[in-house]
Design a protein around this ligand. Structure first.
Ligand SMILES: Nc1ncnc2c1ncn2[C@@H]1O[C@H](COP(=O)(O)OP(=O)(O)OP(=O)(O)O)[C@@H](O)[C@H]1O
Ligand SMILES: [Mg+2]
Length: 361
């Protein structure tokens, strides 16, 4: 049975980074894992070797890992094209749609299409039964629920009854348009464009059955008890408002929430008073004092920030019924190599227990 882990969160919180780190952790724990990444930042792409990857998994070398780490980067267009070929009633219609000049623009711009493609790819990876774990990075969104609402949104767009209304030819072409509106449209667009758009709708209507039947499989996968949702939050801006919406959306859909991954936390330098004076042999006593004071100020600031992040973690946990929180440190420029990801992985499941755990009765 393949376990699925989905990293959600608002834009820029570290979804791609934590997804990669979860993947590394699973490989270190002996699992055969694949990470589906979406537009990784360049350094991370280098770390995962995804710069040259296509839409299929490639092995990422990982020293001393008893398991296997694989990664792929979502290619939206390729994934859409595959769907068209799979859902079209025949190869001829599929090729016609793929060649339609409006198809490319419409298909990749549909609201939710990016998310839908990720889910489609996830479905493909799970169906292959090759993996112990599939880790999914999610596309940048303003609302964390956008990800699992995508299948429903896309299904509605491809709903046969809606499309057939659009292309009903009672008055020549599009049934929805009044004659005068069509007159304006003809003048603006021209006969050739209208033909192409009509063909686009007609061919797309062919896909609607495929989308409908796929929808229930995808919905089951997103709700399976082997699918876990992690919410990635930035330690400096944990965005609690978003979290309430996210959790209630998960609950409404019977989806399993694993906990919070609080990213970019300050590591506590320890008790500043216990650090003692800082030796600076080449300095006179006045300079040494200045040195020590400056360093102490820095450490105090770090300590205060670490406490603030700890409190943010506790606040998150409390806002979600004492949910577990994993605190991930801020790394300085080490993400270029898998070593940086291994450091993060050691703070994450399955290698680490939560640093803020549910309160037991
Ligand atoms: N713990 C960390 N330490 C240091 N840098 C980090 C850490 N986590 C993330 N970053 C950096 O922050 C930036 C944003 O991270 P990432 O790309 O993972 O966020 P994201 O949520 O996937 O963003 P988007 O919503 O745009 O897809 C990247 O440059 C990444 O290298
Ligand atoms: Mg990302």
């Amino acid at each position: 049975m393949t376990q699925v882990e989905i990293c959600c969160g608002v834009g820029g919180t570290g979804k791609t980074t934590t997804a990669a780190a979860l993947g590394v952790g699973h490989a270190l724990a002996g699992h055969r894992v694949v990470v589906l990444t979406i537009d990784p930042a360049r350094r991370l792409a280098d770390a995962l070797g995804t710069q040259t990857l296509g839409n299929t998994p490639s092995r990422v070398p990982l020293a001393d890992a008893p398991g296997e780490l694989w990664a792929l980067m979502l290619d939206r267009k390729d994934t859409w094209d595959k769907i068209v070929r799979r859902f079209s009633s025949d190869a001829d219609r599929a090729e016609k749609l793929l060649e339609n000049r409006y198809y490319k623009a419409v298909s990749t711009r549909l609201t939710g299409s990016h998310e839908y493609m990720a889910i489609e790819k996830l479905h493909e990876l799970v169906s292959s039964e090759q993996w112990d774990v599939v880790v999914v990075d999610t596309p940048p969104t303003r609302h964390v629920v956008d990800f699992f609402e995508a299948p429903e949104r896309v299904r509605r767009v491809f709903d046969h009854s809606v499309i057939s209304k659009l292309i009903r030819t009672s008055n020549g072409l599009f049934g929805f348009a009044s004659k005068s509106a069509m007159g304006v449209f003809h003048r603006l667009a021209g006969e050739r464009e209208i033909e192409d758009i009509y063909e686009l709708f007609n061919l797309i209507s062919d896909l609607s059955h495929g989308f409908r039947s796929r929808h229930s499989e995808v919905r089951d996968l997103l709700r399976a008890n082997t699918t876990t949702y992690w919410l990635v939050a930035n330690a400096d801006a944990p965005q609690r408002n978003n979290i309430i919406g996210f959790l209630s959306a998960l609950r409404e859909r019977d989806m399993y929430f694993g906990g919070f991954l609080l990213n970019r936390c300050e590591a506590d330098p320890g008790r500043v008073s216990q650090l003692g004076p800082v030796p600076a042999p080449a300095l006179n006593s006045e300079q040494t004092d200045t040195w020590s004071e400056a360093l102490e100020r820095l450490l105090r600031r770090q300590h205060t920030r670490a406490l603030r992040h700890q409190a943010a973690g506790q606040g998150l946990s409390a806002s979600a019924g004492d949910a577990p929180v994993w605190m991930l440190p801020e790394l300085s420029g080490q993400l270029r190599a898998t070593a940086g990801l291994s450091d993060l992985a050691r703070c994450l499941p399955p290698l680490a227990a939560a640093s803020i755990s549910p309160v037991s009765d």
